[in-house]
Design a protein around this ligand. Structure first.
Ligand code: THU
Length: 121
């Protein structure tokens, strides 16, 4: 399955978002190099800063199953990833990032294209 198809999977996943404050449902699907998929949605909280983005929740799910940086082949997202999520995509060295842009088109990029000249620890 191409990274582009993961955007459609993410759009189906987004219906399970918990976003009662923004009403902005986001979905993400991560595909590992060995072909497994992990879904994520944004999960908000009445204490607004405690909310979690869909990309992070998908990556957390993959990490809990044992996957590590370099093990993530691609991610599909229903929206352009925020700055913090771009740093997460960089950390996990995600191969391809596909997302639905505000222009309605699917865009495909690498983490370094999305976050150039990144800081590393
Ligand atoms: N959101 C994501 O899940 N991912 C992003 O990359 C951008 C923003 C969520 C966070 C919040 O629940 C809602 O979208 C509005 O900002």
């Amino acid at each position: 399955m191409s990274a582009r198809n993961l955007v459609e999977r993410a759009e189906a996943t987004a219906v399970r978002a918990y976003a009662p404050y923004s009403n902005y449902n986001v979905g993400a699907v991560v595909r590992t190099t060995d072909g497994r998929e992990f879904e994520g949605v944004n999960v908000e909280n009445a204490a607004y800063p405690l909310g979690v983005c869909a990309e992070k929740s998908a990556l957390v799910s993959a990490v809990a199953a044992g996957y590590r940086p370099g093990d993530i082949d691609a991610i599909g997202i229903t929206a352009s990833p925020c700055g913090g999520c771009r740093q997460w995509l960089h950390e996990f060295r995600v191969g391809e990032v596909a997302y639905r842009g505000s222009d309605g088109e699917v865009h495909v990029a690498t983490p370094s294209e999305l976050l150039p000249d990144t800081w590393d620890f």
